[in-house]
Ligand binder design. Structure first.
Ligand SMILES: [Fe+2]
Length: 251
């Protein structure tokens, strides 16, 4: 299994290249505009994989994505959760959708809450075993925290609904085995999380089961109250960045 992380330390963003060394098939998750499409193309070449899929875990509001540029360069469509309201065609995926990269299998888990189209990607290495080896959780479950529900310019009632969805999504992710590695899209000072977000980019489901303040809350109402009470002000550029990532409106 081939695994490579490309980070932006200033923005607290993480992106991933995943592939199978035998088949040479690979994918990119949440490519960063600050890294640029060519960085992913050249890194994939170095790793000996061809990028067959460009997957966005959600529409980003905190940083510019390189997904449109990268997918355009490769002549493929971006893969998004089926509820993505973007202004371009994409490959829609939903709960249980499978992306096969030789012996590496990526299963989609819909995890709305940060945004409605948010997905997490559960990875299995069939060469080695049938249980999940890792999950890329986008902005659903973070190390020490969970993704905020309020970056969509929505009113209080909608933010509350998003937070309720986040509660159910976190419960869903927590069904994974303890040893599953957790690789979120953000860490550190990223504005997509809250006060408890760790500066460490990865964790395990087992550790977060024990020590994440939000996974410990089993009551939806308490979860929502805590999340809303602790919200930081949204990043100033969120609406403009999100609009850019949605792509130009079709004529
Ligand atoms: Fe986000």
């Amino acid at each position: 299994m081939i695994w490579k992380e490309i980070r932006d330390e200033n923005l607290g963003c993480n992106s991933f290249l995943l592939g199978d060394e035998v088949s040479g098939k690979g994918l990119v998750v949440d490519p960063l505009g600050s890294a640029g499409a060519m960085e992913y193309i050249l890194t994939a070449q170095d790793l000996g994989i061809s990028i067959e899929h460009v997957v966005e875990t959600h529409i980003h509001a905190d940083h510019r994505s390189a997904a449109k540029e990268l997918a355009g360069n490769l002549g493929i469509k971006i893969t998004f959760g089926k509820n993505a309201q973007v202004n371009f065609d994409y490959v829609p995926v939903e709960d249980g959708s499978l992306i096969s990269l030789g012996s590496i299998e990526v299963e989609v888990m819909e995890t709305p809450g940060h945004t409605m189209e948010s997905i997490s990607l559960v990875v299995r290495d069939r060469h080695r075993g049938d249980e999940p080896i890792l999950v890329m959780s986008g902005d659903s479950l973070f190390v020490g925290d969970v993704g905020r529900p309020d970056l969509n310019d929505a009113d209080d009632e909608i933010i509350r609904k998003y937070s309720e969805k986040q509660f159910h999504s976190i419960q869903k992710i927590m069904k994974l085995p303890d040893f599953t590695e957790l690789h979120p899209a953000h860490y550190g000072a990223s504005p997509c999380g809250g006060l408890f977000m760790s500066k460490k980019p990865s964790s395990t489901i087992g550790y977060e089961r024990r020590y994440n303040v939000f996974t410990a809350i089993k009551d939806k109402g308490l979860f929502v109250e805590k999340q809303i009470k602790l919200l930081k002000p949204p990043p100033e550029e969120a609406i403009a960045i999100r609009a850019e990532n949605l792509g130009p409106i079709k004529e």
